[in-house]
Design a protein around this ligand. Structure first.
Ligand SMILES: NC(=O)c1ccc[n+]([C@@H]2O[C@H](COP(=O)([O-])OP(=O)(O)OC[C@H]3O[C@@H](n4cnc5c(N)ncnc54)[C@H](OP(=O)(O)O)[C@@H]3O)[C@@H](O)[C@H]2O)c1
Length: 258
């Protein structure tokens, strides 16, 4: 991977809106053909039409729920049927929720784990042997800047600890696969202006502190265009005034007596 991305093939999950859509547009701007995936077909097809009209690349829009193994298998298989290969996987489909742990519904824990951790890892498993055969490939995992906070942000611990696990997995995977010419990069975005953050309490009260997707697009472009013998393992792109620490963990919550 590196120079000459024109005509390569990428799968981008969570590409109907938000960060995933912006990354699908970025990949398309480099001449990469795409399979884009998300659950809701309407917005996904609209995104596909926008991307292919703008960048004149081939875009397959495939409805897929990343929590379902059968959907992930279909995503990998249909991409290979249409394009004969998968060069790049951008795992981005994700959900978020904010709860004091004792109030967090069990179903919510499971949804987070199946989407934000297993959804990523299973899809990598389904394409990795083809990349190994090709002796090249790039995997980009959209993790989270909340993994930089230790302990992970209060009321956000299931989401963030799964992302910590994903970050550890990604780094380990790089060491395991580097001799096969495969790159694995984690992107750690700060709080970004998407529908996902719109649902988080406290985080968006001051919208001037939210990032646009631009820095994440640039980080992914960098990861895909560095020379073949280089792999950026992790790229953090964090808000200048990050909204996690203050609004999610107000000092008074930790020190109610002061
Ligand atoms: N926004 C931030 O501040 C921020 C910061 C750090 C990391 N991230 C990470 O970035 C990723 C994208 O976040 P975002 O802010 O772009 O969210 P978003 O605007 O809510 O978009 C989420 C995308 O994922 C898809 N999706 C959700 N659940 C899915 C499922 N089960 N199967 C397939 N697709 C699914 C959605 O489409 P459907 O609903 O149609 O399925 C949509 O296309 C997530 O992994 C998130 O954890 C976000």
């Amino acid at each position: 991977m590196g120079e000459g991305l024109k005509g390569k093939v990428a799968i981008v999950t969570g590409a109907s809106r938000g960060i995933g859509k912006s990354l699908a547009l970025t990949a398309a701007s480099l001449g990469i053909n795409l399979t884009i995936a998300a659950r809701n077909e309407g917005p996904l097809k609209e995104a596909a039409a926008e991307i292919s009209n703008k960048h004149k690349v081939d875009v397959l829009a495939l409805p897929c729920d990343v929590t379902q193994l059968v959907d992930l298998e279909n995503l990998a298989n249909k991409t290979k049927e249409k394009f004969s290969r998968v060069d790049i996987l951008i795992n981005c489909a994700g959900v978020s929720s904010q709860y004091p742990f004792q109030n967090q519904p069990i179903e919510d824990l499971e949804k987070l784990a199946h989407t934000n951790y297993l959804g990523y890892v299973r899809l990598i498993r389904l394409v990795i042997n083809d990349m190994i055969k090709q002796k090249s490939g790039a995997i980009i995992n959209i993790v989270s800047g909340s993994t930089l906070v230790d302990p992970v942000p209060r009321n956000f611990i299931v989401y963030s600890s799964l992302k910590v696990g994903l970050r550890a997995f990604s780094k380990g995977l790089f060491w395991e696969l580097r001799d096969h010419g495969i790159k694995v990069t984690s992107i750690l975005p700060g709080v970004t202006d998407t529908d996902l953050t719109g649902k988080l309490e406290n985080v968006t009260s001051d919208t001037s502190r939210l990032m646009s997707t631009k820095a994440i697009e640039d980080a992914v472009k960098f990861a895909l265009t560095v020379p073949a013998n280089v792999c950026p393992l992790e790229i953090s792109v964090i808000n200048q005034q990050t909204p996690w620490v203050a609004p999610i963990i107000p000092f008074k919550q930790q020190h109610p007596d002061k």
